[in-house]
Write a protein that binds this ligand. Structure first.
Ligand code: NAP
Length: 326
């Protein structure tokens, strides 16, 4: 058994202490566990970039009180029973959102908000294409795109994922095998904004899928890092734009609260409905990571640390494993 250092008392004083009910399981957790993420925490470390739970204590002036329901982003260390969070990365969680749903919201929905508003400039009536549309970030992008009034198309690898993406918010879906031809049939002039969470082998076709002055948003590399020759951008009058929410909020600490307020309005208006994936007990966290790695995950996977009622955790079978799809 390896002991991981707990929080220092001086850090705890400035932080909101949160009793964790649910913790998100994210692709960055998977990459960090392999040492393949841009940030490499010193070993040993506790994974977990985001959580939802109840405030145990909060510094004066933070705006939070013990007992408040919150979601929070902490980068690393969330898979545990109590976390210390910077106040500006702690967000009020409406009663209508469960801890399970809330645990998957900060990173994905605030990244989707940044991508489509500020970086992508998505306008009402434009077309948005989303790769990995049944995944955690993908489903958030679909819903944020609808909230902004776009026509939203999802690219997915199976019919099951297509059904999930449509239920989550996609107007249309195409299967990955022949996705470029299918998208061209749906949108002959090309798409205005393409949100790419996958990269890898389909990146060049993503540039080809753009319409005039289209914007390709580089969000992630589930299938690896891609390159593109700059002449293709010139010839088509298109942009490739990077989106790194985690870096941007270091320079602009007040921005996430502003984003959370807009996302909360989207939720109140019915545009945002987090898509819950499988929920695992903490002891099965490695299985949760394997679901992401083996491309089995749909929606947002979480770990359950406490039941919504505050009672002990009751193990839930993962339907992917019951179905024997691995
Ligand atoms: N830029 C940012 O600020 C930011 C923030 C959060 C996350 N991210 C990144 O966004 C990406 C997606 O994260 P996520 O949490 O949405 O992950 P996820 O839930 O696992 O979804 C990723 C999707 O990618 C597709 N995919 C294609 N090739 C894959 C492969 N070789 N391995 C695994 N999946 C593959 C899968 O969809 P199909 O099977 O349908 O193809 C899968 O549903 C990650 O690279 C993550 O690091 C970036």
């Amino acid at each position: 058994m390896v002991e991981v250092p707990r929080l220092r008392p001086e850090d705890a004083e400035a932080a909101v202490l949160v009793d964790v009910y649910a913790a998100g399981v994210s692709f960055p957790d998977l990459l960090m566990s392999h040492g393949r993420y841009q940030r490499k925490p010193p070993l040993p470390f506790v994974p977990g970039v985001e959580v939802a739970g109840v405030v145990a204590s909060a510094p004066a002036g933070s705006g939070f009180r013990p007992g408040d329901r919150v979601a929070a982003f902490i980068r690393v260390g969330g898979w545990t029973d109590r976390v210390a969070v910077r106040p500006e990365l702690t967000f009020p969680l409406p009663d209508a959102i469960s801890f399970r749903s809330g645990a998957g919201m900060p990173m994905n929905y605030l990244t989707a908000h940044l991508a489509l508003t500020r970086r992508g400039g998505l306008r009402q009536g434009e077309t948005l294409l989303v790769h990995g549309a049944a995944g955690g970030l993908g489903t958030a992008l679909l819903q944020a795109g609808r909230a902004l009034g776009a026509r939203v198309i999802g690219v997915v690898s199976t019919e099951e994922k297509a059904a999930l993406a449509r239920a989550a918010g996609a107007h249309e879906t195409v299967l990955v095998d022949d996705w470029l031809a299918d998208v061209r049939a749906l949108v002959p002039g090309g798409v205005d904004v393409l949100a790419d969470t996958v990269g890898g082998g389909r990146f060049l076709d993503s540039v080809r899928a753009l319409g005039k002055e289209g914007r390709l948003l580089v969000l992630g590399f589930a299938d690896g890092i891609a390159t593109v020759a700059a002449n293709r951008l010139l010839l088509k009058n298109v942009d490739v734009r990077g989106v790194a929410w985690g870096s941007l909020i270091e320079d602009e600490p007040a921005y996430p609260r502003h984003q959370w307020s807009e996302v909360s309005h989207w939720h109140a208006a019915g545009h945002i409905r987090p898509v819950d994936g499988a929920a695992y007990p903490l002891e099965q966290a490695a299985d949760a990571l394997r679901d992401l790695e083996d491309r089995r995950a749909t929606g947002k996977i979480t770990l359950t640390l406490r039941e919504e009622s505050g009672g002990p955790v009751v193990a839930e079978q993962n339907p992917n494993r019951e179905a024997g799809t691995h």
